[in-house]
Design a protein. Structure first.
Length: 533
C-alpha cells in the first residue's frame, strides 16, 4: 500500500487520504470497517468521493462510514458521533482524513478521561503540529510560493486558506477590455491550480493571532502553523466611491479590475462613437499602476482605427501628480497621450458617480492644497477603484500603519514575528504591485523561509523588481521593468521605453503561458534574485 497506517489501539488505526486502488489491500489486511473523516473535494477533484469509496468498499465486504470533519477545532458532536461509530462498527477499523490528524483527534475525544480536556486535545493550538506552513491567500502569490516550497521540500505540510472557487489571471483583463483576449481564458477552478500535495482550507481568514501561531477563520475555526505566509492580495474598495456599486456594469460605467466587467468595457468601446470618455485612477497604492491608462490607450486605439476618435473627448483623471511613477517611461507615454488627443487631469480623484444622469464627481486639489469638487458628464466611464489591505489583515498585529503586512523589504520577513513572511499585493514592501513582482518575491520567500526554518542565514534579498507591460496600442507594448527607487531593470538588451510588437506577443501569448504552466507550478524561469554578499 502507498499509505502509512498508524495503530492507535486494538480496534482503531488511522491513515491519510486513501485511494480506490488502496481498498483491496486494506480489505486483505483484515480491516472490517473504514471511517472517512475528510470532506468530499476538500483536496480537489483528484480526491475520490466518499460515495465512490463506499461503493468499492462494500464490494470488498468492508463496512464504510462517512463522518466528515472540517479542519480546525472539532465540535463535540463530531467526537460523540465518532464514539458511536467505534462502538457499532465491526473491527478492526481504519479511519482516514487528509493526513490522519483529524482521525487521531477524534479518537482522543472518545477516551474516558477526555471530558476535562476536550478543547486542549482538539483545539486549534494542537493543529500547529499539522502544518509546517500556512499560506493565507490562493492568488498568484499563494499558489506560486506553495508550489515553489513543495518543489524544494515535497514532505512539507502546507495549507492554503482561500475562500474562492475560482482563480484568475488578472493581468489579461486589460486585453479583454481592449477586445484582444478571451475572458474565459483568464479563469480556472481553484481546485485545478492548488498544488497536489497542499491542503486547501476552503474558508475565509478573519484574523491573526501571531503570539499563538494561529490564523482565525470566519467560521470560528483556527488553524495553527509553524511558519506563516501572508498573501491575501489587496481589496478593491468600490464602496469608497459613492453611487459606484449601484451603476457598475450599466449606464456606461465599467472597470477592467473585475472579471465580469472587462467584457463590458470592450462592449462600450465598440458602441461609443461620440461624446465623452473618462478614465480614472485613485490614490496609491493600487495593483498594476499602469492599468488605468492602459484601458485608455487601447480604447483610443480602437476609436482611432474606426475613425471616430475626433468625435470623442477623452480625459484621464488621476489622483496623483504624474502620469507614471518611473520618469524614464513618461516621454514615450506622452507621445501616445498626444496621438490620442487625451486630456490629462492630475490631482483629480473620483469620489461619486450618478449613473442615471451619467455624471462623475471629482475632487480637484490645487497647488496650495485647496480642494474643490467638479462635475463631469460622460458617455463612458472606466473606473479604477480605491484599494486597501483586507480588513482582517489591517486590524491585526501583523499590519503596519497603512494596514499592509509589515516586512523587511529585502528579506520579506516580518520584523516582529520571525516565523511570518509576506509577499504580493498585501505586503508592505514599496514595490509595484504586479504579478511580475510576485514572480521574483516567490523565490525570495521560499528560500528565506526554509533557511529560517533551519536557523540559517537567509540567502536572498529582494531588489524591488516589478514590471508593467504598458499596452499603448493594439499590437505594441512598452515593457516597463524597474526596482526600488525607479531603477531600470530590463530583462532584455533593448531600449526599454520603445513600444515593441515583441512585447505585445509576450503580453498576449507568452506571459499567460508562463503564469499557468510555470509560476503556478513552481517553475522559476527568470525569477532568481540577488544572493546576499
Amino acid at each position: 500500500m502507498n499509505i502509512k497506517i498508524t495503530q492507535l489501539d486494538e480496534k482503531l488505526s488511522v491513515t491519510g487520504q486513501i485511494s480506490l486502488d488502496d481498498l483491496p489491500e486494506i480489505a486483505a489486511s483484515g480491516y472490517k470497517s473504514i471511517i472517512c473523516n475528510r470532506p468530499d473535494l476538500e483536496g480537489g477533484e483528484n480526491q475520490p468521493t466518499s460515495e465512490q469509496l463506499e461503493q468499492e468498499a462494500k464490494a470488498l465486504g468492508v463496512t464504510f462510514a462517512y463522518l466528515p470533519v472540517r479542519m480546525g477545532a472539532i465540535p463535540e458532536e463530531r467526537g460523540e458521533a465518532f464514539r458511536k461509530l467505534m462502538a457499532e462498527l465491526p473491527g478492526p477499523v481504519l479511519a482516514f482524513c487528509g493526513s490522519g490528524k483529524r482521525a487521531t483527534a477524534l479518537h482522543a475525544m472518545t477516551k474516558p478521561d477526555a471530558g476535562e480536556i476536550h478543547h486542549a486535545t482538539v483545539d486549534a493550538c494542537n493543529w500547529s503540529n499539522a502544518f509546517d506552513v500556512v499560506v493565507v491567500g490562493g492568488g498568484s502569490a499563494g499558489i506560486g510560493v506553495t508550489a515553489s516550497l513543495l518543489k524544494r521540500r515535497p514532505a512539507l505540510r502546507i495549507a492554503i486558506i482561500e475562500p474562492s472557487d475560482k482563480h484568475y489571471y488578472q493581468p489579461a483583463w486589460t486585453l479583454v477590455g481592449g477586445g484582444a483576449y478571451d475572458a474565459d481564458k483568464t479563469v480556472r477552478r481553484m481546485s485545478e491550480v492548488i498544488p497536489e500535495n497542499a491542503e486547501w482550507i476552503h474558508a475565509a481568514a478573519a484574523g491573526f493571532d501571531p503570539n499563538n501561531n494561529l490564523v482565525k477563520l470566519e467560521d470560528g475555526r483556527s488553524i495553527g502553523y509553524r511558519q506563516l505566509i501572508v498573501c491575501p492580495g489587496i481589496r478593491l474598495a468600490w464602496e469608497k466611491i459613492a453611487g459606484l456599486e449601484e451603476t457598475l456594469g450599466k449606464n456606461g460605467v465599467t472597470s477592467n479590475y473585475r472579471f465580469d466587467l472587462a467584457p463590458y468595457t470592450w462592449q462600450l468601446v465598440q458602441e461609443c462613437k461620440q461624446g465623452k470618455a473618462l478614465f480614472t485612477q485613485p490614490p496609491m497604492p493600487i495593483k498594476c499602476a499602469g492599468a488605468p491608462q492602459k484601458a485608455m490607450y487601447l480604447s483610443c486605439d480602437q476609436w482611432l482605427k474606426i475613425n471616430c476618435l475626433t468625435d470623442i473627448d477623452v480625459e484621464f483623471h488621476t489622483a496623483g501628480a504624474v502620469l507614471f511613477g518611473v520618469a524614464d517611461f513618461v516621454p514615450a507615454l506622452m507621445q501616445y497621450v498626444e496621438r490620442y488627443n487625451a486630456k490629462l487631469n492630475f490631482n483629480s480623484n473620483l469620489v461619486k458617480v450618478d449613473g442615471n444622469s451619467k455624471t462623475a464627481y471629482f475632487e480637484i486639489k490645487d497647488a496650495d492644497g485647496n480642494v474643490r469638487q467638479e462635475e463631469k458628464q460622460f458617455d463612458m466611464l472606466h473606473v479604477t477603484p480605491p484599494q486597501m489591505a483586507p480588513d482582517f489583515l489591517r486590524n491585526s498585529p501583523l499590519a503596519d500603519e497603512n494596514g499592509f503586512c509589515k516586512v523587511n523589504e529585502k528579506t520579506l520577513q516580518h520584523p516582529d514575528y520571525p516565523n511570518v513572511f509576506a509577499l504580493g499585493d498585501a505586503c508592505s514592501s514599496p514595490n509595484a504591485k504586479t504579478a511580475a513582482a510576485v514572480r521574483k518575491q516567490i523565490v525570495v520567500v521560499a528560500e528565506n523561509l526554509l533557511a529560517d526554518k533551519e536557523d540559517e542565514e537567509m540567502p536572498l534579498i529582494y531588489d524591488g523588481y516589478g514590471a508593467c507591460p504598458l499596452t499603448v496600442e493594439n499590437g505594441k507594448v512598452v515593457l516597463a521593468e524597474f526596482g526600488f527607487g525607479g531603477k531600470l531593470m530590463p530583462t532584455f538588451p533593448l531600449k526599454p521605453s520603445v513600444p515593441r510588437k515583441l512585447y505585445w506577443f509576450f503580453k498576449q501569448t507568452l506571459f499567460p503561458w508562463v503564469y499557468w504552466e510555470g509560476m503556478l507550478k513552481g517553475k522559476e524561469w527568470l525569477a532568481h534574485p540577488h544572493k546576499k554578499h
